[in-house]
Design a protein around this ligand. Sequence first.
Ligand code: SF4
Length: 256
Amino acid sequence: MSFVSEFNSLQLDALAKRSLNASGMDARTSLGRTTLSLADFAHLISPVAAELLEALGRRSQQLTRQRFGKVIRLFAPLYLSNECINNCKYCGFSRDNPILRVTLSVEEVLREARALMEQGFRNVLLVSGEHPKFVSTGYLAECVRALHEEVPSISLEVGPMETEDYRPIVEAGADGLVVYQETYDRAVYAEMHTAGPKRNFDWRMETAERGYAAGFRRLGIGALFGLGDWRLEALGVAAHADYLEHFGESDLPTDI
Ligand code: SF4
């Protein structure tokens, strides 16, 4: 069982409709609950909830303080490579675009990270296109190993990989993995991703679970808002986050 099975049984359209038709009372009742369901979340992003913006802000602030204290975590992206084997309609790195392709050497990565550290950044997000030849497990592990002594927190936003391929990168010192689903609408996803392995919606959706299995301590998910209906995307992200929050060793499928 992975989030894919749960996602397939989710009635996102019905939840989006519920959100659009929610009453002021629905929104207020949901806001008053200690534990919120996906239906409550739908009420809180309803048009009528606009009137509760101040109260929503206060609840959000209270939860944020409770979990993180008065801390703002800033990170800086460090682009490793614009090589990519996918075509995504919204991205200039798409494989069919005739642009100059560059992959930084490990020394160049270290130099860039030091420049970011000099500006005060302590969290670095290594970003790249998806290209197993140029951005391989070995290359990523080498970059992380080189940065690990100097950079306190290293995360990755690279093409989805197998659990076994993530392990050496975690062992080298990476602690976070970020993978946006881009859109939780299968039809929009198919329209936007026209070539390459990224066309596989389910494989991408299971990436956070493979990352967890490999030992990443922090997982980041999200949608590229603007591709599909924002309300549906928000519901998809909320459902995914809720699933991962309750995820544990016993949920790991044997083939992940
Ligand atoms: S996979 Fe990522 S880098 Fe490659 S084209 Fe798509 S969005 Fe751009």
